[in-house]
Design a protein around this ligand. Sequence first.
Ligand SMILES: [Zn+2]
Length: 595
Amino acid sequence: MASRFPASWLDELRSRSDIVQIVSGYVSLKKQGRKHWGLCPFHGEKTASFSVDGEQQLYYCFGCKAGGNVFSFIMEMERCSFSEAVEILAERAHLPLPQMVEDEDYERRRSRRERLLRANTEAARFYHDMLFKPGGAPSLQYLRGRGLSDSVIRRFGLGAAPEDWSVLTDTLLERGYTLEELSAVGLTVVKEPDRPGGKTRYFDMFRNRAIFPIIDMYKNVIAFGGRSLGSALPKYMNTSDTPVFNKRKGVYAANLLREQRHLDRVILVEGYMDVVSLTQFGVEGVCATLGTALTNEQARLLRRFAPEVYLAYDGDSAGQHAILRGLDILREEGIPAKVLDFPDGLDPDEFVRRDGAEGFRALPALPAAAYRLRRLKEGFDLSDAEGRINYARAAMSVLLPLDPVERSAYLKTLQVDTGFPPDVLLQQLDLALQQQSGASASSSAAPAPKKKPSRPRPEAPVSPELAAQETLLALLATGQIPKDMVEEKDFEEDELKSLYTSLVSGVSAASLVDTAPDDETRSRYARILLSPMAENTDQMISMAAQCLGRIRRSAWQKQFDALQQQIHSLDPADPALTNLLKEAQSVRLRLEKLR
Ligand SMILES: [Zn+2]
């Protein structure tokens, strides 16, 4: 039976745990306008982009986009679970812990996710235990053969899927999990009968593979990677996306990153084996993406662990290509990045074995621009005048996004490589700058620099309508605008609709944040629900009216456009035309009234 803290007791605790006071225990805050500001404790920064909103009892960082309420703040700072955060705050507030209550609704919402995660945990334990049994011998031999010690094997919970069709599934079925659950988390493949009355067949997804459990920051086993031991393909297999796993959002070894505080950089490698091996040799802060190229979501996650990201990919051409893409993503997110330069064509694993952690730390880390220039240079023949000219021209695209000091440093390198005097290169750069501001809409295939990452980028809502809907929710959360001003249908997304419904039924912004299903959503809620920039109630009401005007105009406009399109597609003799024209006319009238 699931139980939890009674809601009224949690409200009491929340009201006794002022977020400004709690955060001040960790971060020095300054009041500015309606909010308090300080240096973000979750990512390294020199100017304050971390805001604490005493009115809504929320925090949000405009740099790394971490956000939430007083409970999530403690969870993040103390790296603990929700119940532990509650206990810490209760002790601080001298509030005795209550009797836990049983809660059907809570049970229903939480239980599926919990059961799926528990199935994964039990599978991970099964695989790990198997590693030291006869069925796991080939996996153990493989892992030891790669130089892994038993202690690092334990630390990462590595395991073995034996060569057997269904031993894991059968074990978990016996423990009460259903085929549907096991198939939902990707542990089991279920084949429905191909004829009526036939038998449902099933088999284990991972067979005869060494197993790398994928564990999130909160120590949940969310998925698995399996390295094939025989000739089976693919060589590496990952769990596909499931209700508890999204491969674009997490990284391998997030659980360990979270334990390593005050990292000055995160090292991103290509494979799970690289992560394990570098960790064994004492390199800290290593992680890998989950079988995909680096995504924007992952880049934002990494920023929460360290101020800078080092890419340590293989020297082959696929690895080198992945570096350029990774640098692009990191630049889009405004995260400083460097590239580790491995000598003699070694990959990270081979290198650390040869030179150890000391050698690894001493490796040169190329700034992104230096790496891009080097890659670019490889494409031109510099022994030839034309090659030098073309290289100098192309190099401008790398220099454009840099600040003047960096540019001047690279202009010197470029001068050495091409032989052009500095003033000529500067003129070329000016030309490129003009072209960029003139034709910023052109989509040249060259590595055209994306817009310069203006430091902490406030998250830009995608459309003005969405921005208006989000502002409207912030205004509603203040409780200062009349609730009947707004309707559910003013919101397009289901997520925003449900925030609206909760707010009008009296749920506070700070407690709404607890209902978010994952970190990213929680941060989004916190951002949306921060106090709006308004002086008083009148200003808020007028802001709300403006937002509503925009939202409703756009809704009518969409309807009008759809009708127009329908009308144009009809044959002029079509009898339906008259009605459509009438309807379009009345929509047009409504639109004009709203202008
Ligand atoms: Zn931050």
